[in-house]
Design a protein around this ligand. Structure first.
Ligand SMILES: Nc1nc2c(ncn2[C@@H]2O[C@H](COP(=O)(O)OP(=O)(O)OP(=O)(O)O)[C@@H](O)[C@H]2O)c(=O)[nH]1
Ligand SMILES: [Mg+2]
Length: 496
C-alpha cells in the first residue's frame, strides 16, 4: 500500500495506541501535563538565566569595609585564592618580599628590646664600678646576646630598604610592637556602646597589594640591587642567629615581662624562619593570608572568576517550594578594598552608590584593644559605631550587607587566657567563655541592624563568625556569601 500524504508521520508516531483503555488514557494525559509543566519551568529558568547573564554584563561590585587590621584585605585574598586561582598562583611568589619584611620587622623589634636591656645593664654596671665595687655580668643577658644582636645589625638597613621598596602600606600608623597584653593593662579603654559615630575624614592616594606586587615583579630598570633578593640573602645568612635569639629563654622571659606578645601581632613569622630563610622557599597560601600589608586609599581588585555556573536556591512563584536554579555566574567581580584607619573613611562614601553588596569586617577579638590612630578609642566601640552608621545609611538601603565577625581564633585565645570581657564592656554579664561572648556580640550587631529597619524592609541579617586566616573555613563561608549576593541581586531585580 502506498503511503498517504494527508497524514503527518510525526502525528502518527505521537498518536495514542488505538486500543488505549480509559485508565491508560488518564495516566497518559497526566504524564503529558507534567511534561508541559516541566517544560514551562525549564523555559522560565532559561529565561531567568538569560536575563541574569544580560544584567551581569556588568560586574558584581563588593565594597569591603571595617577598621584597620579588621581583615579586609585578608578576606579579599581568600576570595582571589578560591575563585581566581590562576591569578593567585601567578602572584604568589611576589608575596615573598612582604613576608620577608614582616619577619625582619619582628627580628628588629626583638633586637631593639634586647639592646635597650643591654644598655640598661651597662648603665647599672657603670654605676656599680663608679662606686668601686666589682662589676658583675648582667644577670639576664650574656655576651652571646650582645654578639648576636651585632650580627643581626644589617637587618635594620634591610627593613628600611624593603619599606622604601614596598611603599606606604609597609608601615603601620603607629609602628609599636605593644599590641595587646593578656591582662589588658595597656588596653583598658572601656566600650561605650551608645556613643555616636565620629566623622573625621580625608582622602589618600591609592596603592593596594596588586600595585605593590607589580613593583616586586617588575623592578624599575636601572636599579642595581633588588631589595627583596638582597633581603633574602641577608636573612638566609642570619638564619641561625635569628632562631637562636627568638628561641632563647631569656629573650622570651624579657618579652613576657614587658608584656609584648609578638605571636599575636599581624605578620608574625618568627616561628617559620627555617622554612622562609631557605633557597626553596615559595610562600604558601597560609603565609600569604598571614602577611600584613596595610592598605592605603581605596584599591579596586578585578577578578575574573575561573568558573561560570552557580547553583542558587530560590523560593519562586513558579514552584512553591524552594528549588535550585543554575545561574550563569557573572565572571567579573570587582572588590573594593579600603584603608580602615579613621582619617581615610571619607573615601568610602562615593562607592556606596555603585555597589551590589557590602562586606563588613568586625574584629570581635578587639574588645580590649585601642585604635592605633587614636589611643583613646576602644577598637570594638569604633567597629560598633561604624556598623550602626552603615546599617542606617540611606545610601545603602538597597545594598545587601554581610557581616563577618572576624578574628574568632584570637577571641578564643584571649578568653582562654582569662581576659575578662566585663572589664571592658560593663554591660556584659554572661560567662566569660567563647560561646556566650560570641553570641552576645552577634546579638548586639543584630540589634543595630534591626533597629535600622533593615529586617522590616525585607533585608535579612547575614552574619558569619570567621577567622579569615583559616583558608579552608573561609572558602566555605565565601561560597555561601557568593551565592547570597547572587540570590539577593537576582531577586531584587525581579528576575525570578
Ligand atoms: N589571627 C588572625 N589574624 C587575622 C585574621 N584576619 C586577619 N588577620 C591578620 O590581621 C592582619 C591585618 O589584616 P588585613 O586584612 O591586612 O587588615 P585590613 O582590614 O585590610 O587593614 P587596613 O588595610 O589597615 O585597613 C593580617 O596580618 C592578617 O593576617 C583572623 O581572623 N585571625
Ligand atoms: Mg587592608
Amino acid at each position: 500500500m502506498s503511503p498517504s500524504y494527508d497524514v503527518d508521520p510525526l502525528d502518527l508516531a505521537m498518536a495514542p495506541p488505538a486500543d488505549e483503555t480509559q485508565e491508560q488514557r488518564a495516566a497518559r494525559l497526566l504524564k503529558e501535563q507534567a511534561a508541559v509543566q516541566r517544560s514551562k519551568q525549564i523555559d522560565a529558568e532559561l529565561k531567568a538565566s538569560k536575563v541574569v547573564m544580560k544584567r551581569y554584563s556588568k560586574a558584581v561590585k563588593v565594597l569591603v569595609l571595617g577598621q584597620s587590621l579588621s581583615g579586609k584585605s585578608t578576606t579579599i585574598k581568600n576570595f582571589q585564592m578560591t575563585y581566581a586561582r590562576k591569578a593567585w598562583i601567578e602572584e604568589r611568589s611576589s608575596w615573598k618580599a612582604v613576608i620577608l619584611l614582616n619577619l625582619v620587622r619582628s627580628v628588629n623589634i626583638v633586637a631593639d628590646i634586647l639592646a635597650e636591656e643591654l644598655d640598661d645593664d651597662a648603665e647599672v654596671i657603670q654605676e656599680i664600678s663608679s662606686r668601686s665595687t666589682t662589676p658583675s655580668v648582667s644577670p639576664k643577658l650574656t655576651e652571646k646576646h650582645r654578639s648576636t644582636i651585632l650580627r643581626l645589625g644589617p637587618l635594620r638597613q634591610i627593613e628600611k630598604d624593603l619599606k622604601l621598596h614596598l611603599g606606604a602600606g609597609s608601615t603601620e600608623v603607629n609602628d609599636s610592637p605593644i599590641q595587646r597584653s593578656p591582662n589588658g593593662s595597656v588596653t583598658d579603654v572601656q566600650v561605650d556602646i551608645s556613643r555616636s559615630f565620629g566623622q573625621e575624614f580625608s582622602v589618600r592616594s591609592s596603592s593596594g597589594w596588586k600595585s605593590v606586587l607589580d613593583k616586586v615583579r617588575h623592578p624599575l630598570p636601572g636599579k642595581e640591587s633588588n631589595p627583596p633578593s638582597v633581603a633574602f640573602q641577608v636573612v638566609t645568612s642570619c638564619r641561625e642567629e635569628i632562631k637562636w635569639l627568638w628561641n632563647d629563654e631569656t629573650t622570651q622571659n624579657l618579652l613576657r615581662n614587658r608584656r609584648i606578645y609578638l605571636e599575636d601581632t599581624p605578620g608574625f613569622f618568627l616561628n617559620d624562619v627555617d622554612r622562609i630563610a631557605n633557597l626553596e622557599y615559595d610562600p604558601s597560601d597560609q603565609d600569604i593570608v598571614r602577611a600584613r600589608l596595610r592598605t592605603t586609599g581605596v584599591q579596586e581588585y578585578h577578578f575574573t572568576l575561573d568558573r561560570g555556573i552557580v547553583s542558587v536556591n530560590f523560593k519562586t512563584p513558579i514552584s512553591k517550594h524552594e528549588r535550585t536554579v543554575n545561574v550563569t555566574d557573572p565572571l567579573d567581580w570587582i572588590m573594593y578594598d579600603v584603608a580602615g584607619i579613621r582619617t581615610c573613611r571619607a573615601a568610602w562614601i562615593p562607592y556606596f552608590r555603585e555597589i551590589t553588596a557590602l562586606l563588613f569586617l568586625a574584629p570581635i577579638s578587639a574588645f580590649n584593644e585601642r585604635l592605633d590612630e587614636d589611643r583613646k578609642v576602644n577598637r570594638l566601640e569604633d567597629t560598633l559605631m561604624m556598623w550602626k552608621t552603615i546599617c542606617r545609611s540611606k545610601l545603602l538601603f538597597n545594598v545587601q550587607i554581610i557581616l563577618f565577625m572576624n578574628k574568632t581564633d584570637l577571641l578564643r585565645k584571649k578568653l582562654n587566657d582569662g581576659i575578662s570581657v566585663k572589664k571592658y564592656i560593663p554591660e556584659y554579664k554572661n560567662p566569660n567563655d567563647y560561646e556566650h561572648v560570641a553570641q552576645w556580640f552577634r546579638k548586639i550587631f543584630f540589634k543595630m541592624y534591626d533597629d535600622a529597619g533593615r529586617v522590616k524592609a525585607g533585608l535579612p541579617f547575614i552574619g558569619h563568625f570567621t577567622s579569615v586566616i583559616d583558608t579552608a573555613a573561609t572558602a566555605k563561608t565565601l561560597e555561601s556569601v557568593h551565592v547570597a549576593i547572587l540570590r539577593n541581586d537576582i531577586q531584587e531585580a525581579g528576575l525570578v
